[in-house]
Design a protein around this ligand. Structure first.
Ligand SMILES: NC(=O)c1ccc[n+]([C@@H]2O[C@H](COP(=O)([O-])OP(=O)(O)OC[C@H]3O[C@@H](n4cnc5c(N)ncnc54)[C@H](O)[C@@H]3O)[C@@H](O)[C@H]2O)c1
Ligand SMILES: O=C(O)C(=O)C[C@@H](O)[C@H](O)[C@H](O)COP(=O)(O)O
Length: 539
């Protein structure tokens, strides 16, 4: 199907045509301007058409032309200033966005845009007192443009080339939309530089923003703090202990005290920046402070990008086990900035692939194919060369696919009544291993072994054949992930698996596979099979 790479909207004089042409040139794409297309169809200039038929007829023709182009043009497409005000065009743009399209609101400085709009003349909507008309239109249109567009690009004081570069960076991003009947919709944005959209996602209500992060990601939190301050927020830096040491009630309590001391109110906000442990903790604090304030996640590890930062499972550990306290509390947005991966150590990158593999097995075989095709390159991940390597697109693709798997489950079942439990494939044993290893084993590594365990259990109970179990081992192994564990007793493992959140009463429950892409629930399986599967992952 053909569809525009991006649709540019904005006020008259914002530079839509100029910047749009520049972007098209840089990306080697065709450019089309809706007004030119309309003039071509009508066989006359727009002012003439307005004069002859009036605005309502013009808007009808405009709608026909725009809707056709949304389905039959694959370049950069710029709309006339008033086009997004027409309901049928709004609907067309919403369909385009829902199918992954990018509607870019080019937000020029109002004074500059007004001056430019008046300069050329020939704009029927500005007849009379042009400045007054422009300001009135701006007041009406700006809120609509903000709502209709899913990418906002501010161009104040920038040359058309600089604005075009910024726009190109932003349309290069991948967006996964998370929605659902019980969810305030939000986007997961994936790409180089997407952290630049932090203020846009936080919105204008918060005055104070607590930036919760760990020490190893200081470099990225410095960038976030600068962005927050430039946008006019009071930014408060809150450094938490690293990894699982940050997911405790003591750490949460320290932050609650700080928020109280600094006078955080319900309209203020939190940014969670770091690996999955930091975003889990930040989300938990956001969910509990004054019973819930806005938060945005900026994941910096692969695992947090593909899994932890999305879906609203927030929480802390207790001495008895992983994530035993928490809530389902949805972020306002997720900014997975590929620049953050430049400092990520190789072993932590590999660990993140554990959750990627899991998502492939439960839903998306394309993920498994990409992992097979690029196993060697992924295993050799090096943050220092990552952004300039071909691996960047592969990783972006994997993140998009994996987040889409997560979004599918979360959208249908936020509070994990059934379907969402499939995301827990490999976690029943995985969480037990993490606990018994005193969290020295990373989550993704434990999940990798847990997936092999779940596959063995599926096989023992006759759901899958040995080949699929072997495939689990070979794929995970080829990526550098562990497939066995032998550092704990069966009694300890069993006791911890009974504390898993899927268990009901004294009955264990697992997610197993029936085939690739088809997970099923397994209720109260035979005790000997559960133990035998464990024996098999010990080797
Ligand atoms: N909420 C959910 O849905 C969900 C899903 C999956 C996992 N999780 C949780 O996420 C956690 C695991 O996440 P993780 O694997 O990111 O572990 P982590 O948060 O412990 O991060 C691993 C290490 O990498 C460091 N790090 C992160 N980004 C970095 C970067 N860009 N540069 C340098 N160092 C960086 C961290 O500071 C930490 O030392 C677990 O607590 C797990 O339970 C939650
Ligand atoms: O989002 C979910 O639902 C998941 O189960 C995703 C898991 O990958 C993740 O590790 C999650 O934190 C596990 O949650 P828990 O409920 O088993 O603690």
């Amino acid at each position: 199907m053909r569809r525009p790479v991006a649709v540019i909207i904005g006020m008259m004089g914002a530079g839509k045509t100029r910047v749009g042409k520049e972007v098209a040139r840089m990306m080697n794409l065709p450019f089309a301007d809706a007004d030119n297309e309309i003039e071509h169809d009508a066989g006359m200039r727009i002012p003439e058409y307005f004069e002859k038929y009036g605005e309502p007829e013009f808007r009808e023709l405009e709608s026909d032309v725009v809707l056709d182009m949304l389905e039959d043009f694959d370049g950069i497409f710029s709309l006339g200033g008033g086009a997004p005000m027409t309901p049928s065009i709004q609907e067309g743009l919403a369909r385009y966005v829902a199918s992954g399209g990018k509607v870019v609101y080019l937000m020029a400085d109002p004074e500059e845009a007004m001056e430019r709009a008046n300069r050329g003349g020939g704009r029927p909507m500005l007849n009379g007192d042009a400045n007054m008309r422009w300001k009135k239109l701006y007041k009406e249109r700006d809120p609509v443009f903000r709502r209709v567009a899913n990418v906002h690009v501010g161009t104040r004081g920038q040359s058309p080339q600089a604005a075009a570069r910024k726009l190109m960076e932003m349309i290069d991003q991948r967006i996964v939309h998370v929605t659902g009947s019980t969810i305030e919709p939000y986007d997961v944005r994936i790409g180089e530089g997407v952290m630049g959209q932090l203020a846009q996602v936080l919105g204008s209500k918060p005055v104070k923003v607590a930036l919760i992060h760990t020490q190893p990601v200081q470099r990225h939190s410095d960038r976030a703090r600068t962005l927050l301050r430039q946008a006019g927020y009071d930014a408060y830096d809150i450094i938490i202990p690293d990894a699982e040491a940050g997911k405790t009630i003591e750490v949460a309590n320290g932050i609650w005290q700080r928020l109280g001391d600094e006078g955080f109110t319900r309209s203020d906000a939190i940014v969670g920046l770091g690996g999955g442990a930091a975003t889990d903790l930040a989300g938990f604090v956001a969910a509990t402070w004054m019973r819930g304030i806005r938060y945005v996640n900026c994941p910096t590890s692969l695992l947090a990008m593909v899994d932890a930062s999305t879906g609203g499972k927030t929480g802390i550990n207790t001495p008895q086990g992983k994530n035993l306290v928490g809530s389902f509390y949805t972020p306002a947005g997720v900014l997975a900035d590929l620049k953050s991966l430049t400092s990520l150590p190789n072993d932590i990158f590999i660990e993140g692939l554990g959750e990627v593999v899991k998502s492939g097995f439960i839903m998306d075989p394309e993920i498994l194919q990409i992992l097979e095709d690029y196993a060697d390159e992924l295993r050799a991940f090096d943050g220092s060369t990552f952004l300039d390597s071909d691996l960047k697109d592969v990783v972006a693709e994997l993140i998009e696919h994996t987040v889409s798997v997560k979004a599918y489950h979360v959208s249908a079942d936020l509070k994990e009544a059934g379907l969402r439990e499939f995301l827990n494939y490999g976690h029943t044993l995985g969480h037990a291993i993490e606990k018994l290893e005193h969290f020295r084993w990373r989550h993704g590594n434990a999940v990798a072994v847990g997936c092999v365990y779940a596959a063995e259990l599926s096989h023992l109970l006759g759901y899958i054949d040995q080949d699929l179990v072997d495939y689990h081992r070979s794929l995970l192994g080829s990526l550098g992930l562990p497939t066995s564990w032998n550092n704990g007793t069966w009694d300890d493992v069993l006791a911890l698996m009974h504390r898993d959140k899927k268990a009901r009463g004294n009955k264990l429950r697992f997610v197993v596979l029936d085939r690739i892409g088809h997970p099923i629930h397994l209720e109260d399986p035979p005790a000997d099979a559960v133990e035998e599967a464990f024996r098999r992952i010990q080797q």
